[in-house]
Design a protein around this ligand. Sequence first.
Ligand SMILES: *Cc1c(COP(=O)(O)O)cnc(C)c1O
Length: 393
Amino acid sequence: MLIERESSRRRTWLQLLASETEPTTGVRAAMASTFDSKYAEGRPGSRYHGGCEIVDELEVLAISRARDLFGADHVDVQPLSGSAANLAVHAAFAQPGDPVLALRLEHGGHQTHGSRANFSGRWFSPLHYEVRRDTELVDYDQVRELALVHRPRMLVAGATTYSRSFDYPLLREIADEAECILLVDAAHLAGHVAAGLLPSPVPHADVVTFSTNKVFRGPRGGVILARAEHADALRKAVHPFIQGGPSMHAIAAKAVAFHDAGTREFATYAGAAVRNAGDLADALTARGLRVVSGGTDTHLAVVDVEALGISGTEAQDRLNRSGIVVDKAVLPFDERPVAEGSGIRIGTPAATSRGLTPEMIPAVADAMLAAMTTDDLSTHDRIHREIRGFACG
Ligand SMILES: *Cc1c(COP(=O)(O)O)cnc(C)c1O
């Protein structure tokens, strides 16, 4: 019953959550396969359990596909999530108390990049760079200054509420000057990299982590890519330091996704998601809203709703009542409390997978404005009925 209700919600609400997509039937089939019951603690060829011949082949296949796709020396497909991958990287390279430099959460960073509520901020000493006030782009001068003054163990690039790519050659240069490890958390960007839409961090970073369940369109799970010299430390950090047995069904589904991400069809989907996000950001701008950093290079955009006189939370609620699912967002230099925020984060991968086209964007933007500018429930109901025609079903 709850499963049916959730499938129906996904079909009848327009899904504009930046972190979600619609997995393919191949990924779903692998997730539902019998691999979910196989215990395979250890690594291919050296497991703690019997009967691992087939899962050994499976994990080797997943690794070799990821290696081909991203051109990385070391690949680990066992991390249970993107956050677990980041924990393992901290465990491999830093000791408790060591300084780690990353983008501030309120400026687009992630919990695992030094938030006090997370291991990264509790067990390590977080340092944060920000975006510039004028451009709302990462302030690389500040990154360099903080790196040279504080000599962090790791420099972390990557973000969750930031619509731009990063300057990887420049970050490499800074990491070399400060003699620290460069971790690129590509959770939101791995799909664009695989599709050739954005530059790859792999040649520049010591380590790249990502979640396979975002634009990448794989199962829930994480991946670590790294230079060969870091393989041993990273492998031990994942198992046995932070994890026991891997999710072999997720590894099967990752193998499917690594194959799919190399296809023309995937590049078309990722490109369409980026185009839809850019068009929607422009359409909202044309209707009087401000888009952070003036636009997007990716599948997501951060939109300031202050002009409407409502908070991010209110915008999220009004949109949700009108059949449109988004996240509230805290903006750089936001004056509202973090629990409310002054913005929303929109993203297009799920809706694009369900058939959202550029022709639908003006109507979606109109519906969003109409939903956010009223508190009237019957108007929200009417918008919800109208929105069902767009990328739903
Ligand atoms: C989503 C995200 C993660 C964490 O991913 P989970 O798989 O949900 O743990 C880590 N870093 C960034 C930048 C993200 O956007």
